[in-house]
Design a protein around this ligand. Structure first.
Ligand code: HEC
Length: 211
């Protein structure tokens, strides 16, 4: 069973902290406004209440107050989900105390389907099966211009919570329909991030449905 291993020191932003944010926070704290935890500079910029991370001072960082439930149980983050475990909270605390630096690198892995023919008015089903815990971004683009036509993000986690797409090893799919201005042939790219052991294959397929 995939799980979050206890943190090693020093804490890496990408390896440890961003990974926790991706699996437990990104579903609500994204581009929609307010606190965005999807990127380093966004997380450091803070949200509606101003800065939530004070580099070098976890004790005075609002983010810590929220994940420890010190603003009241109703505001414990992740809202409505299982609380972070002790090791996860300790890792974030330590990372902030160590200066909240953006170290390491995001280890993204790409899987693609090229030359996919789509038909106006018909549904194309994109499927894949990710065997490990990972954060996934799937994008349909116009190969001629690289323009993004459609995109979705999903987290694959065990145990699966409210905002997660699936547990590792189960098949997930998206049904897409060509919108106005779509070319007849598109490319599908799936990016896996925060996977500790990225699989060589995720069985990415597309099927034209008869509807
Ligand atoms: C299910 C949605 C959801 C998830 C998941 C979630 N949050 Fe929140 N978060 C909210 C909402 C809604 C608020 C504002 C209301 C409140 O304070 O309770 C909020 C507020 C906050 C704030 C207050 C600061 C501000 O400027 O708004 C912080 C810090 C925060 N969340 C951190 C986190 C962290 C860290 C995680 C992951 C461990 C997380 N949240 C997961 C919904 C969520």
């Amino acid at each position: 069973m995939p799980f979050d291993p206890p943190p090693e020191t020093p804490i890496g932003y990408y390896r440890d902290v961003a990974r926790i944010f991706a699996f437990h926070c990104n579903g609500c704290h994204g581009e929609a406004g307010g606190l965005n935890l999807r990127g380093y500079s966004q997380a450091m910029a803070g949200g509606n209440k101003g800065k939530v991370i004070v580099a070098g001072d976890a004790e005075n960082s609002l983010l810590i107050h929220f994940i420890e439930g010190r603003r009241g149980e109703a505001h414990r983050m992740p809202a409505g989900g299982a609380p972070l475990n002790k090791a996860q909270i300790a890792a974030i605390r330590l990372w902030i105390d160590q200066g909240a630096k953006e170290d390491g690198k995001s280890a993204q892995h790409l899987y693609r389907l090229d030359g996919l023919r789509v038909v106006p008015g018909k549904t194309t089903r994109i499927s894949c099966r990710v065997p490990v815990q990972a954060y996934l971004v799937v994008t349909a683009s116009d190969p001629a211009t690289n323009r993004t036509l459609w995109t979705e993000e999903a987290s694959i986690k065990s145990p699966k919570e409210q905002n997660d797409a699936a547990e590792p090893g189960t098949t997930i799919h998206w049904d897409i329909r060509p919108g106005p201005g779509w070319p007849a042939v598109i490319a599908i790219v799936v990016t896996l991030d925060y996977a500790l052991a990225p699989p060589s294959d995720i069985g990415l397929t597309a099927e034209l449905l008869d509807r």
